[in-house]
Design a protein around this ligand. Structure first.
Ligand code: HEC
Ligand code: HEC
Length: 445
């Protein structure tokens, strides 16, 4: 294991410890070591949502088949803000284990969902629920399977408000908001990235980090699928005749009736009504079960077993299915609906036995397979080159690229790119950690 890896893990442990009562002293040490930056509290003169980010505004045009992008009030997102968000999204060092990042569960290779039945987070804790895809997440009017995140941060959006849930969930990243703020403060690299994004003299704030993560999430758009080209683009040849038959079943109230909840409009379609319905997944015949979904939020008996209708865009890329990941294939889902869902007293009246033929079921699956669009660009794990560029001061990188600058004068050496992948928690942190290690060693009997 490399030294920098060890350093980040020990730092992570310090951060994790600083969250619990026993180690208040350690947290105090950390505060003292960091000086005034750590002391500045949330009530700064400028509310975080009013702080402008540097860089160019990001375009808000959307792929074919998607509605106009809802962007919350506040300063418009910029390329620098989105880039910072992308770095933070894949940053394991902010979690208690120093490894788990948003991108560990919301994996790029699986349309920002994952293939596990339920999520596995901090020290391999199994969560209750399957990780949903984050593609097109900007459009949801509540977040999580049960809509438990439904109040936006003041002046910002739901996505900003959502970030603290995975961070603080003991089964996910198991840390605390103030620990994240501290770890960003003591990281040379994130200090620099925050400065590049928000300008000098803006204190490194958790709220500014969440704005960046949310801005990145709003770029996770996917449309322009073969179905979009067929239906919204009027390209008759974009999908197969089996898929066209599947689409007819999907929207026919007397056949599939899927569109009753997985809504599609004339000009665009999100394949969800953003509402909660009981389809009977994970419930016994009396309507009881381990996860009662929306009921957990509202306490209304009628909401027992109801979950937010997931979008079906890119659904072929995100098995297993349903809130508990209990159905392994699209064919399994179609069979489930065809049999009338899971019978229970709270079952949604729109769910009925469908008696679909084998061919109908195959056609429905063919249709669902046409909902896969291209992945959004620049949303995967940042490359080592991108990370290295982040570690260079902006002034140096933004000098005009004149031919003279490109060919260094004889006798000077061109600055070479760092060879090793830079650790996000460098210099200052290493020194601090070394001190901590010394102290720990001294305490040993
Ligand atoms: C351990 C795996 C794991 C990690 C790490 C994780 N998530 Fe999630 N995420 C989930 C699961 C599981 C859900 C569904 C939770 C629920 O319904 O209660 C979810 C839900 C979400 C949602 C709501 C999506 C929707 O359709 O409603 C968003 C947004 C999200 N996560 C973003 C993030 C961000 C940002 C991070 C990092 C700060 C993160 N997640 C870290 C597993 C994870
Ligand atoms: C009454 C509303 C409703 C109707 C009608 C409906 N669905 Fe759903 N669908 C949902 C809800 C709610 C879920 C999530 C259920 C859960 O996780 O417990 C879901 C989940 C799914 C999933 C899994 C998606 C994922 O990411 O896990 C697929 C696929 C799906 N439905 C396809 C269909 C098809 C095909 C039809 C028509 C045969 C249909 N649905 C009819 C509400 C509905």
């Amino acid at each position: 294991m490399s030294r920098s890896h060890l350093v980040s893990i020990s730092l992570a442990i310090v951060l994790a410890l600083s969250g619990c009562g026993k180690s208040e002293k350690k947290a105090a040490d950390l505060d003292a070591a960091m000086g005034p930056a750590a002391k500045a509290d949330v009530a700064d003169a400028t509310p975080p949502q009013k702080v402008k980010s540097l860089g160019d505004s990001v375009p808000t045009d959307v792929p074919l088949g998607l509605p106009p992008l809802p962007v919350p009030n506040g300063p418009p997102p910029t390329d620098k803000l989105v880039h910072l968000g992308r770095r933070l999204f894949y940053e394991g060092n902010i979690a208690a284990d120093g490894i788990t990042s948003c991108g560990s569960c919301h994996t790029y290779d699986h349309a920002f969902a994952e293939t596990r039945q339920v999520a596995l987070g901090f020290s391999s804790t199994r969560g209750d629920r399957n990780t949903p895809s984050l593609l097109n997440v900007a459009y949801w009017t509540s977040l999580n399977w049960d809509g438990s995140v439904q109040t936006p941060d003041p002046g910002l959006g739901l996505l900003e408000a959502q970030v603290r849930f995975p961070l603080e969930d003991p089964a996910q990243m198991a840390t605390k908001v103030d620990s994240v703020e501290k770890s960003l403060n003591i990281s040379d690299q994130y200090h620099m990235l925050m400065t590049k994004t928000y300008g000098k003299n803006v204190p490194v704030k958790y709220a500014l980090a969440t704005r960046a993560i949310a801005a990145f999430e709003r770029t996770l758009l996917s449309g322009n699928s073969p179905f979009d080209r067929y239906f919204f683009g009027h390209d008759e040849n974009a999908i197969s005749s089996a898929a066209i038959r599947g689409w007819e079943i999907f929207k026919d109230p007397k056949k599939g009736n899927c569109i009753a909840c997985h809504a599609v409009g004339e000009k665009f379609g999100l394949f969800t009504d953003n509402e909660f319905h009981n389809t009977g997944v994970g419930l016994d015949s009396t309507g009881e079960g381990h996860d009662l979904g929306r009921f957990r939020v509202t306490n209304r008996p009628a909401d027992k077993g109801a979950f937010r209708t997931p979008s079906l865009r890119n659904v072929a890329l995100t098995p297993p299915y349903m809130h508990n990941g209990s159905l392994r294939s699209l064919r399994g889902v179609v069979d489930f609906y065809s049999e009338g869902g899971g019978q229970n007293p709270y079952l949604d009246p729109q769910i009925k036995k469908l008696n679909l033929s084998e061919k109908d079921r195959d056609d429905l699956v063919s249709f669902l397979n046409t909902l896969t669009g291209p992945m959004p660009v620049n949303t995967g794990h940042p490359t080592p080159q991108e990370e290295a560029a982040d570690a260079v001061e902006d002034d140096a990188t933004e000098k005009p690229a004149t031919p003279e600058a490109a060919t260094p004068a004889s006798g000077t050496t061109a600055p070479s790119a760092p060879v090793e992948k830079p650790s996000p928690f460098t210099k200052k942190d290493q020194k601090k950690d070394a001190k901590k290690d010394d102290k720990a060693e001294k305490k040993q009997p």
